[in-house]
Design a protein around this ligand. Structure first.
Ligand code: PEP
Ligand code: MG
Length: 574
């Protein structure tokens, strides 16, 4: 059994196809002065040929994998078009009087090493791009045919040292059932491609390509990151069953995608939504069956850059999400900066307790001009979909009123400029500070909805820093105080004829779902990956059962008891 990194889920059993790398022989001898021009010409022809091949692969990738994945090949073309990279190769040929393949090899090595030494996992993986392009270029310079997985004549499991993006893009998807490679990590292109093709894959296996021969029977378990070679009949049978079980699980999850999040008896229907950070996350949310966006964390638009995003840029991002989700609702949270999130271009004071400091709405109210730019962008985007605004870190009525006053100014301005926006746009707040949860009945009069941010609500209620792993065990969503606060918020909103959602991580916990459902939570917003499971739990209970679970949980004294009680009920109803 070989243990690697689980890169793409699923189980497959089949015959191995071992992708052999042709040994490239690099002539390291010096060349005579007269041959320099010929080498440069060979290099240029190699570049042209590589470009032609990459354009074809790119086209195929765009058709089969979508625009986003095809961009990898733009990155490859950019390496070929990069004057720094190519001129350095040419200079080497001339000044050191060496062959084109030798020069490519040396320059590529330098860059590969540079990227490999970077801390950032993503940049590290970019070394693979340069390697892929340079090997292609060397082969084209030397006239070595480039192998491909495009014309396999039977179903196989591909075993390779490494699979380059071009290998995966060209491969015949109807024939490749899974793959296993020596190299790669979870963020490698091979892994990303495998996940988007939904092909099980295990990467980072070390030496699997040397241990497997063509035609061996191989099991790839992409759930556990395990590969088995020529297993016994018993193991084969066992994995055959696991494979079927996994397929059934996947089918079941897929079927849930378009089903409503309603209780078994049809008595209660809630909304299951996704949390996103950028417009790019919308596709994943829709694929998993999100009925809306319950939290769009806009601060990502402001981070990792030198200057503030202007109204146009923000408007485009919000509009893109609103249009892609339409007619589903999108809750856009206004800038939640401070705490652990800093902006390089905004002077933020050094604070002893940043999580209790100048953050989110507090900072926005002190910077009305900056805040108004965002509000104007959100309002303008509201014309293109169903947008709701949500203020973070609200602790009192006056903050809501002050934020709304700036929102009204923004609306006035847009009216004067004849710029359309949704006049009926709902405005809500995050309930993530205990004062807001306790005084929810007072705040409910000022808003259209609440969304409970348990990530912060738990840290403030229990006085447990959510970033400090030393006290992580004290960070307890099922603490009676937390459950009571949640119940108080939901009840207060309902009494005022408003609704309550939850966008903290707790909303995506299948164990918390029965309790929250029974308490009357109206909307559950979570990372897209958790949606099917939470939907499944909601659909497997009657509303009466959920209410009973919630009532029992609210009477219990400690979290362990609550978890045990809910866990038992869920396992029984499955
Ligand atoms: C929360 O606090 O629960 C929340 C959703 O916001 P964030 O995690 O962005 O602080
Ligand atoms: Mg928060």
């Amino acid at each position: 059994m070989y243990q690697g990194i689980a890169a793409s889920p699923g189980i497959e059993i089949g015959k191995a196809f071992v992708l052999k790398e042709v040994e490239i022989e690099i002539n390291t001898a010096n060349i005579s002065e007269e041959k320099i021009d010929r080498e440069i010409k060979c290099l240029e022809e190699g570049i042209a040929k590589s470009r032609e091949q990459l354009a074809k692969i790119r086209e195929k990738a765009e058709l089969e994998l979508g625009k986003d994945k095809a961009k990898i090949f733009d990155a490859h073309m950019m390496v070929l078009d990069d004057p720094m990279f190519i001129d350095e190769i040419k200079d080497k040929i001339r000044s050191e009087r060496i062959t084109a393949e030798n020069a490519i090899n040396q320059v590529a090595k330098k860059y590969i090493e540079m990227f490999n030494n970077m801390e950032d996992e993503y940049l590290k993986e970019r070394a693979a791009d340069i390697k892929d392009v340079s090997v292609r270029l060397i082969k084209n310079v030397l006239g070595i045919p480039i192998h491909s997985l495009a014309d396999l004549d039977e179903e196989v499991i591909v075993i390779a040292k490494d699979l380059t993006p071009s290998d995966t893009a060209q491969m015949d998807k109807t024939k490749v059932k899974a793959f296993a490679t020596d190299m790669g990590g979870r963020t490698s292109h091979t892994a990303i491609m495998a996940r988007s093709l939904e092909i099980p894959a295990v990467v980072g296996l070390g030496s699997i390509s040397r241990c497997v021969s063509e035609g061996d029977t191989v099991i790839v378990d992409g759930n556990k990151g395990v590969v088995l070679v020529n297993p016994s009949e018993d193991i084969l049978k066992q994995y055959g069953e696991l494979k079927l079980e996994y397929q059934r699980f996947k089918e079941e999850m897929k079927k849930l995608k378009d089903l409503p999040a309603e209780t078994k008896d049809g008595e209660r229907r809630v909304e299951v939504a996704a949390n996103i950070g950028t417009p790019k996350d919308v596709k994943g949310a829709l694929d998993r069956g999100a009925e809306g966006i319950g939290l769009y964390r806009t601060e990502f638009l402001y981070m990792d850059r030198e200057n503030l995003p202007d109204e146009e840029e923000q408007f485009r991002a919000y509009k893109e999400v609103a249009e892609a989700m339409y007619p589903r609702p999108v809750i856009i949270r206004t800038l939640d900066i401070g705490g652990d999130k800093k902006l390089p271009f905004l002077e933020m004071p050094k604070e002893l307790n940043p999580f209790l400091g100048w953050r989110a709405i507090r900072m926005c109210l002190d910077n009305p001009e900056l805040f108004k730019v965002q509000l104007r962008a959100i309002l303008r985007a509201s014309h293109y979909g169903k947008i709701r605004i949500m203020y973070p870190m609200i602790s009192s009525v006056s903050e809501i009123r002050r934020a709304n006053a700036i929102l009204n100014e923004a609306k006035e301005e847009l009216r004067r400029e004849s710029k359309p926006f949704d006049e009926n746009l709902e405005v809500g707040i995050m309930v993530e500070i205990p004062s807001a949860a306790v005084a929810a009945d007072i705040l409910a009069k000022e808003v259209d909805f609440f969304s409970i941010g348990t990530n912060d609500l738990i840290q403030y209620t229990l006085a447990v820093d959510r970033m400090n792993e030393k006290i992580a065990r004290l960070y307890e969503p099922f603490h009676p105080a937390v459950l009571r606060l949640i119940k108080n918020v939901i009840d207060a909103s309902h009494r005022a004829g408003k609704w309550t959602g939850m966008c903290g991580e707790m909303a995506g916990d299948p164990l918390a779902a029965p309790i929250l459902l029974g308490m009357g939570l109206d909307e559950f917003s979570m990372s897209a990956a958790s949606i099917p499971q939470v939907k499944k739990v909601i659909r497997s209970l009657t509303y009466e059962q959920a209410k009973e679970i919630a009532n029992r949980a609210l009477e219990m004294e400690n979290p362990e008891e609550i978890r045990e009680m809910v866990g038992k009920i869920i396992s029984e109803i499955k």
